[in-house]
Design a protein around this ligand. Structure first.
Ligand code: TRP
Length: 351
């Protein structure tokens, strides 16, 4: 069996370091590992429209931004197919067949859908398209016969729902669809990077993110004003590292060679943490180190982004070609699905 990756993001804003740590970095590594036969990366504009029906311009403008962020992070169009979801209409047809295999109460129990409904204050006014997006996500994954789906932890319930749909389809119509496996980042600190203000999540509306496209001075200013341990008032006070965003970011991004380069008086993060906990280590010093680490990580990304920004026509062409490739792959699966359901009448009748 071929090893195939499918993953994607909703284009509702530029991507930030939470996306990068939580999934993008892993995707680039998987792409470069050479272990996968195919890699599909989808800009999920149709899914983004499920809760932005009245703001299509927001989604449209961010399609290219997300494509630039992908390319900036090192997604390589020679190795990965980057495409736009709405350019693959086969996904919608698959979704409509899968809808018959899922109950309303099952979708209502999906924890991600539940949280999102609360977050958006939808209550009684949930758009039908939004409610059913877990089903369309199962179509996205299975259309490409994905065996691996590298995403953030928040997408786990979507993968569970997808596996159920695959099992049900195969049980009813015979072995047709491939069961996918989720791939989460190996570094636990990357699973959920908190916001700069210490809130649980980075989110555009809270204004607590570092964006991949942020300039050097913006990144620095954001880091220097990060929330830390509120009880660590004087330098000599003992400080907490648990739940302290500055240390969580260091857990996610710092490597021993960063210490050798930027903070040689400590051998590694454990030593730095121990000093902070003992007292006598000021926040400014830790933040300056975090700034050096983040700048080292983000500088090549920023440079590649600028390079692609100057070649926007090439980026558009990459998306157009990628969408053609994706359409062909999805059409082949749809053909098999229709055959399994025996609704491929004209083929059967041989006329
Ligand atoms: N739900 C994902 C997000 O919120 C985007 C997405 C749509 C996706 N379809 C997918 C991710 C299929 C992985 C696989 O960003």
């Amino acid at each position: 069996m071929q090893k195939i990756i499918l993953t994607g993001d909703r284009p509702t804003g530029r991507l930030h370091v939470g996306h990068y740590a939580g999934s993008l970095k892993e995707r680039v590594e998987l792409q470069n590992s050479g272990e996968y036969d195919k890699v599909f990366i989808m800009i999920a504009d149709a899914q983004a429209l499920t809760d932005n029906a009245e703001h299509p311009e927001k989604v449209r403008q961010n399609v290219l931004e997300v494509a630039l962020d992908y390319l900036a992070c090192g997604i390589d169009p020679e190795k990965s197919t980057i495409f736009i979801q709405s350019a693959v209409p086969q996904l919608t047809e698959l979704t409509s067949y899968y809808m018959n295999l899922v109950t309303v109460s099952r979708v209502q129990r999906n924890p991600t859908v539940k949280t999102e409904i609360k977050m958006r204050n939808f209550e009684a006014s949930i758009p039908v398209g939004f409610f059913t997006y877990p089903i369309s996500q199962a179509a996205d994954i299975t259309a490409f016969r994905a065996t691996a789906v590298p995403v953030g932890e928040d997408q786990l319930p979507m993968l569970e729902q997808c596996k159920e749909i695959v099992a049900k389809f195969n049980a009813v119509y015979g072995e047709t669809l491939t069961e996918p496996e989720i791939i989460l980042p190996g570094n636990k600190a990357c699973l959920r990077l908190p916001g700069l203000d210490g809130k649980a999540k980075m989110s555009k509306s809270l204004g607590n993110c570092i964006y991949l496209a942020d300039e050097e001075d913006v990144v620095k200013q954001k880091i220097m004003s990060m929330y830390t341990d509120p009880d660590h008032i004087r330098v000599q006070d003992p400080g907490k590292v648990e739940g302290n965003p500055v240390f969580i970011y260091l857990d996610a991004f710092s490597r021993p060679e960063h210490f050798a380069e930027f903070l040689p008086e400590y051998a590694n993060l454990d030593e730095l943490k121990a000093h902070y906990q003992r007292g006598g280590l000021g926040d400014v010093k830790v933040k300056k180190f975090l700034n050096s680490v983040m700048q080292a990580e983000l500088a090549p990304i920023r440079e590649r982004r600028k390079m692609w920004e100057a070649r926007l026509d090439d980026v558009k062409m990459i998306l157009k070609r990628g969408s053609e490739t994706a359409r062909e792959a999805a059409a082949a699966t749809l053909h098999d699905v229709r055959a399994a359901m025996q609704i491929n009448y004209f083929e059967n009748w041989n006329i």
